[in-house]
Design a protein around this ligand. Structure first.
Ligand SMILES: [Mg+2]
Length: 244
C-alpha cells in the first residue's frame, strides 16, 4: 500500500516550540499570579517549565498534554479561581501568540503536495488556535485537514485523530506518514498503526529520547521530501514498487 497522506503535529514540528510557549506561560503566570513570584514558580513547576532558563523539562505538560490538562493542573494551585476563568484566559492569551515556523512552511508543504500527498495537522492544542496560526503563516490552504483536542477525535497519544484523518480521505492508517516532535506523537503513531512514523528534532525532545520510538529521526520537516525520495517511498519509485 503506497503512502497517500502525511499527518503533522503542530508545535515543535510546524512551529517552533520554545519561543511561542515560553511567551504563553509567562503571560499566563502574569495574569494568574500578578507579582507573586512563588506562585509563578509553582505554576511553572507543575507544567514542567523552567522560568529562569525559558526551557521545557522532559515530560512537561506543555509539551505533551492537552490544553485542558494544563488548565486543570494550574487550577488546582489557584483556590478561589474557577476552571472556566483559566480556560478563558488561556484562549485569550493563545489568540495573540507569536507563531514562528520551523522552516519555510509554504515551500516544504507545497513540495509534498506536488508529490500527491494529502496533508493534515493533528494537535493536542485547540483547533481554532491551530487554524489561526496556520493562516498567519500563509499555510492554511496547504492542508486538507486540521484537528485539535476539541475537534471530537480525542487527543494524542490515542489513535482517534489519525483515524478521523483516514476516514475523511478514505485511506488506511498504513498509508499514513505521521510526523511529530514528541514521544507522545510517536506513541500516537504506533497506537494508530500508521505506515511510517517520523520524529523531528525541532521540538524540546532530543534525538536520544526519540530514537527507538520513531521509524526514522530527521532534523526537521525540511528533510522530509528528500528522505522520502531517497528511501524510495514516492509513487513509482523502486522501493515503492517492490514493497507494494
Ligand atoms: Mg509537538
Amino acid at each position: 500500500m503506497p503512502f497517500k497522506a502525511i499527518l503533522f503535529d503542530k508545535d515543535g514540528t510546524l512551529f517552533g516550540f520554545t519561543d511561542t510557549w515560553a511567551y504563553f506561560c509567562d503571560r499566563m503566570f502574569d495574569a494568574l499570579a500578578g507579582d507573586n513570584e512563588l506562585l509563578k514558580d509553582q505554576l511553572a513547576h507543575v507544567c514542567g517549565f523552567d522560568r529562569k532558563n525559558k526551557k521545557f523539562e522532559t515530560g512537561s505538560l506543555i509539551v505533551n498534554a492537552s490544553a485542558d490538562e494544563v488548565n486543570e493542573a494550574w487550577w488546582k494551585l489557584l483556590p478561589g479561581r474557577s476552571l472556566q476563568e483559566i480556560v478563558d484566559l488561556n484562549h485569550e492569551i493563545y489568540d495573540h501568540l507569536p507563531a514562528v515556523p520551523t522552516c519555510d512552511l509554504v515551500k516544504v508543504l507545497s513540495e509534498l503536495r506536488q508529490l500527491d500527498f494529502k496533508l493534515g495537522v493533528a494537535t493536542n492544542d485547540y483547533e481554532a488556535g491551530a487554524v489561526a496560526q496556520l493562516q498567519e503563516a500563509s499555510a492554511m490552504t496547504l492542508f486538507d485537514f486540521v484537528c485539535g483536542s476539541d475537534s471530537g477525535f480525542g487527543r494524542k497519544p490515542e489513535a482517534g485523530m489519525v483515524h478521523g484523518f483516514c476516514e475523511r480521505f478514505d485511506i488506511n492508517p498504513a498509508q499514513v506518514i505521521f510526523v511529530g516532535d514528541s514521544t507522545h506523537d510517536m506513541d500516537c503513531a504506533r497506537n494508530a498503526d500508521v505506515g511510517l512514523s517520523v520524529a523531528v528534532l525541532t521540538g524540546p525532545a532530543t534525538e536520544a529520547q526519540l530514537t527507538g520510538h520513531a521509524d526514522i529521526v530527521l532534523p526537521s520537516i525540511e528533510s522530509l521530501p528528500d528522505y522520502l525520495a531517497k528511501a524510495g517511498f514516492l509513487k513509482g519509485q523502486d522501493a515503492w514498487n517492490l514493497k507494494y
